[in-house]
Design a protein. Structure first.
Length: 159
């Protein structure tokens, strides 16, 4: 996903933050499913998946708090949740737990990286304070980067 233009309004920012919420829902749903379905999973991998799910829930709450400050119409969270569940709850075709988690973490990292760049390139005054917005997004991006590193380390250790 690439954001090639500056964010131009609260409405656009709200939609982009909702995409972040969807990404976090995907990471949480898949990590939770992997941790619950795979009985023979290594304890270190299970712990990483459980932590990833908790982190994604925290990211969602932080993004929702930003959206609440914006003067923009949004899609109801229940609709987003239903879409994510319909897409990922029935999907049992995984290439591997760690590979799947790595793809999810990398996708989220890239999204936040692009979103930060698009916000920084914008000269619009948002309904949420710009420094707080960028600080929140940067913190989430760094946590996603840490997730990529953790999954990579587990893959390299042969888990």
């Amino acid at each position: 996903m690439s954001l090639t233009v500056p964010v131009g309004s609260d409405h656009q920012l709200a939609r982009l933050l909702q995409i972040g919420i969807v990404l976090e829902e995907v990471v949480e749903a898949r990590a939770t499913k992997h941790a619950q379905v795979s009985e023979e999973i290594d304890p270190a991998v299970r712990e990483m998946l459980e932590e990833a799910a908790e982190e994604s829930a925290d990211h969602r709450r932080r993004l929702e708090a930003l959206i609440d400050e914006l003067d923009a119409e949004t899609v109801a969270f229940e609709e987003i949740e239903t879409l994510v569940e319909a897409q990922y709850e029935s999907d049992d075709e995984f290439d591997g737990v760690l590979y799947d988690q790595l793809c999810n973490e990398e996708t989220a990292y890239k999204f936040y990286d692009d979103l930060i760049e698009a916000v920084e390139a914008s000269d619009v005054a948002f309904g949420v304070e710009r420094d707080r917005l960028l600080e929140t997004l940067s913190a989430i991006r760094e946590e996603e980067a840490d997730g990529v590193e953790e999954v990579t380390a587990l893959m390299e250790s042969g888990q």
